[in-house]
Ligand binder design. Structure first.
Ligand code: NAD
Length: 445
């Protein structure tokens, strides 16, 4: 097991012999060549990508806010500018290779699918989508294109060495046989409901394009009032624009757990939380997804807690509430507790001597990522399959969370056929796997 995992991951790190798809060493994908890159969502979170993007040819910028566009245009004055990402993606004169998308969550699955349909590499800010269907469509599209298009979901904490060490510990049996994984986040960002109408949008905000595929809601400057890079907190608590803490910090925290599970589709989900509000995603919530056995472990439960709901601590002297965003693994021999940077192993019993645990030698460690965005750039120019948070990995992590939200909304367990993407025991719940889009907006376009 250890050796197989090592061989697989050393190819990921570029340390092993990599067989590149034919043609990848020449032409536009040659490592020495620069990519023709577009930034869709040009300011805010996009600033975190300016450094990496600046080493390539940024040929196009898209933003629905002219003031934000102006920030990016100062960096790349020669880049062509667009308000509508669909027009950018359809402009063949750009000779695009790749896009970095940092728009609102309710547009992510659209931009990703459209980009992949045009054979473009894409770095997509998290989350991958805001429904079961969106998570699946983006993953399916990636699977069709994976030998041509490199993808990376923006869960950049994945490059912290702790992510690899936690996975090694779980896989090497630090908790014995794995039974359950938990992840949680402690934010409590409460909004009463959609913001009231506050007149016409100012001329620099192209509000209809900002709303995009979601149902129309009246303009209110509150949706745009956050500081750059954190403005997402002004709109992601609303169902039509995001999934609250789940799509936000939850994407990172569930990634810490998901990275260790080798899981696919949940078979069922249960959830409970505060009273349902049709306008805003709940603050306090917990959900529990059942996942079947795989080659190296039995069936497991994957749980998510937020907004004050927390798993029980394995010990009276450990206050899990002190870990703002954390993950925990329970096995038949003990617990492993982690945040993004540290980990703590708690074996059961006073006599525990860890003799059950077989840690791998240093020579078999999972190699480091060496730059998260850079890993994607390397994949764009070399082997497109070599990104660790590609959409094949990231899709089902979000899909199970979207399923948990449906279980919360309908207030009962939902049973799930992952191959079909269908809730099998509740027709009303099944309709919630899909969002209805505004006229003119096509997900798989
Ligand atoms: N990976 C991380 O750690 C991290 C951190 C912060 C934000 N994010 C993610 O980044 C994304 C953006 O977050 P933000 O706080 O920068 O939000 P934001 O509201 O500031 O939006 C970012 C930029 O995109 C533009 N934009 C919005 N919708 C657009 C559209 N349809 N077409 C073109 N441009 C559009 C905005 O005008 C803005 O310039 C979110 O999905 C969020 O989850 C990730």
């Amino acid at each position: 097991m250890h050796r197989r995992e090592f061989l697989k991951s050393s190819a990921v790190a570029g340390g092993g012999l990599i067989i590149l798809p034919s043609g990848a060493r020449a032409g536009k994908n040659a490592p020495s060549n620069k990519l023709n890159l577009a930034l869709i969502g040009a300011h805010g979170r996009a600033q975190a990508h300016y450094g990496v993007a600046g080493k390539e040819n940024v040929v196009a910028l898209c933003d629905v806010n002219d003031e934000n566009m102006a920030h990016a245009a100062r960096q790349w004055p020669a880049a062509k500018t667009y308000h509508d990402w669909r027009k950018l993606l359809d402009d063949k004169s750009l000779k695009l290779d790749a896009v970095i998308c940092s728009t609102t969550d309710h547009t992510h699955a659209f931009v990703a699918t459209w980009a992949l349909n045009r054979d473009l590499h894409i770095y997509l800010e998290k989350p991958i989508g805001i429904s079961v269907e969106e998570s699946r469509v983006v993953r399916r599209k990636y699977r069709e294109k994976k030998n041509k298009c490199a993808t990376q979901l923006g869960t950049q904490r994945h490059a912290f060495p702790n992510f690899q060490r936690v996975r090694e510990m779980v896989r090497d049996g630090a908790v014995g046989e794995l039974k359950a994984a938990y992840a949680w986040g402690n934010r409590k960002l409460r909004k009463p409901g959609y913001l009231p109408a506050a007149g016409d949008p100012p001329p620099h905000i192209h509000y209809d394009l900002w709303i995009g595929p979601s149902p129309m809601h009246p303009y209110n400057p509150g949706y745009f009032s956050g500081r750059p890079g954190a403005n997402c907190l002004q709109w992601n608590p609303y169902w039509d624009f995001g999934t609250g803490q789940i799509g936000d910090m939850g994407s990172h925290t569930m990634d810490l757990a998901w990275n260790c599970l080798d899981a696919e589709y949940a078979t069922s989900a249960q959830a409970r939380g505060e009273e349902y509000n049709p306008e805003v995603v709940p603050v306090k919530l917990e959900m529990h997804m059942q996942h079947p056995a795989n080659a190296w472990r039995g069936p497991i439960t994957v749980s998510w807690y937020q907004g004050g709901a927390m798993p029980n601590s394995p010990s009276g002297w450990l206050d899990l509430n002190r870990i703002g965003h954390g993950a925990m693994f329970r096995g038949d021999q003990g617990y492993l507790v982690a945040d993004f940077q540290k980990r703590l192993l708690i074996p059961y019993g006073r006599e525990a001597d860890l003799s059950y645990y077989d840690p791998r030698p240093d020579s078999e460690r999972i190699p480091p990522i060496n730059g998260f965005q850079e890993e994607w750039i390397r994949a764009c120019k070399g082997d497109p399959t070599q990104t660790r948070c590609n959409f094949d990995y990231a899709g089902p992590a979000n899909e199970q969370m979207m399923l948990g939200l449906i279980a919360y909304i309908v207030g009962e367990q939902v049973d799930y056929d992952g191959e079909q993407g269908k809730i099998t025991n509740n027709e009303e719940a099944d309709t919630l796997t899909r969002r209805t889009y505004r006229k003119g907006w096509v997900l798989d376009g």
